[in-house]
Ligand binder design. Structure first.
Ligand SMILES: C[S@@+](CC[C@H](N)C(=O)[O-])C[C@H]1O[C@@H](n2cnc3c(N)ncnc32)[C@H](O)[C@@H]1O
Ligand code: SF4
Length: 384
């Protein structure tokens, strides 16, 4: 599987309080145009450098790019761009790199402002998947989360995507906001399912540092999420989504058969991907790098033909194994022991006895009881 290509569009109409992604508000048309030009130039430069320029120095890597099996345009809000600009970017990606004819091509989207005509232009440019941030269908929760769209907007967005012929539609939901009741969450899941999405991502609200939400929690204006509530909500998500025929394939992700997100599976499997755009991360054969995060500085560097890389690191074998363990345990199929050994054998036996891990000599697989405790299980399995 893979490699994948990630392209970052930082623009948002408004900064949601909980979000710590590389985003900017208030960009005018001139800056958006400048940023897209910079992104295309940077992508061309990365493509021209070939895989040896992104792999660890001296790694045994063929000089030509392998075929990319996924493209993911994330943000930010890619759909704030004019559809013709976003379509132009998708076409540019195919010109710059060998992208498979049947590649999965995703764009993230906010629920408001999507039209079937605009989305048709993206489908014509190869879009196969739309990931819509619904977050919740409860007005009180949307308000707690600082979301500006109404509860119907994601449903209109799904209808527009279907009318435009987008092959796969995914909805993002967030659970565990202190303003949310158990009844709100059950109703949000039911409403999401009534829209018949191919895929659902349900994330526990996390309190990210340096966000307006974190500042409000410090000031006592809003409460922090509660871990026990989050574990209950996660269990309800598992029951409700599973009963509707969506298969859980990762801790926070469910899909109808055939609709798992290939791009994210590449991340979770420790695979290779290029990340292009302000603050984007890439990984190739054990080398990781990240781009300059402020969009204006990123665009200046790219347009001047300079480096947009803000930092990089070579992951040693032990670090790669720990990352494979952490990400692999989140997959419902678990992770191959050969990819992560050695682990702490005593801790492993204890975790199996405690019913948090399955008893399987070849794979490490979390049980349903272990799933909400994935991070703690990972820590306990790390060798001495
Ligand atoms: C990069 S955002 C882009 C989605 C799109 N801009 C939107 O907001 O509709 C991708 C997803 O990350 C999730 N997310 C972002 N911050 C989060 C947080 N602090 N806790 C939980 N989920 C979060 C949201 O579900 C969001 O839809
Ligand atoms: S959640 Fe989405 S819309 Fe809100 S600030 Fe983050 S990227 Fe932008």
């Amino acid at each position: 599987m893979g490699p994948g290509l990630y392209l970052h569009i930082p623009f948002c109409q408004h900064h949601c309080g909980y979000c710590n992604f590389a985003v900017m508000t208030g960009a005018d048309d001139a800056f958006r145009t400048r940023y897209i030009a910079a992104l295309k130039m940077d992508l061309s430069a990365v493509a021209a450098g070939g895989p040896r320029a992104v792999a660890p120095p001296g790694a045994d890597v063929a000089p030509e790019w392998p075929t990319f099996t996924s493209v993911f345009v994330g943000g930010g809000t890619p759909t704030l761009l004019a559809p013709s600009d976003l379509a132009g970017l998708l076409r540019h990606a195919r010109e710059a790199l060998p992208v498979a004819d049947d590649a999965e091509v995703t764009s993230e989207a906010n629920p408001d402002g999507l039209t079937a005509d605009g989305l048709s232009a993206l489908v014509d440019a190869g879009l196969t998947r739309l990931s819509i941030g619904a977050q919740s269908f409860a007005p009180g929760v949307l308000s707690f989360l600082d979301r500006r769209h109404d509860r119907e907007a994601p449903l209109r967005a799904v209808a527009a995507a279907r009318a435009a012929g987008v092959a796969q539609v995914s909805l993002d939901l967030i659970y565990g906001a202190p303003a949310e009741t158990a009844r709100d969450w059950a109703a949000s899941l039911r409403t999401a399912l009534a829209a018949r999405p191919d895929h659902v991502s349900a994330y526990a609200l996390t309190l990210e540092a340096n966000t307006p939400y974190a500042a409000r929690v410090r000031g006592g204006a809003q409460a922090a999420p509660d871990d026990d509530v989050a574990a209950e909500r996660m269990a309800v998500a598992g029951e409700v989504l599973g009963a509707a025929g969506l298969e859980r394939y990762e801790t926070s992700n469910w899909a109808r058969p055939g609709a798992r997100c290939r791009h994210n599976l590449t991340y979770w499997g420790g695979g290779d991907y290029l990340g292009v755009g302000a603050g984007a991360h890439g990984h190739w054969q054990g080398r990781r790098w990240w781009s300059t995060r402020p969009p204006a500085r990123y665009a200046d560097a790219a347009l001047a033909g300079g480096s947009t890389t803000a930092g990089s690191e070579i992951l040693d074998d032990a670090t790669r194994r720990v990352e494979r363990l952490m990400l692999g345990l989140r997959l419902v199929g678990g992770v191959d022991r050969a990819a992560v050994d050695p682990v702490d054998e005593t801790a492993l036996r204890d975790l199996v006895s405690a019913g948090l891990l399955d008893e399987d000599p070849d794979r490490l697989v979390l049980t349903a009881a272990g799933r909400p405790l994935a991070d703690g299980v990972t820590l306990r399995l790390l060798p001495g």
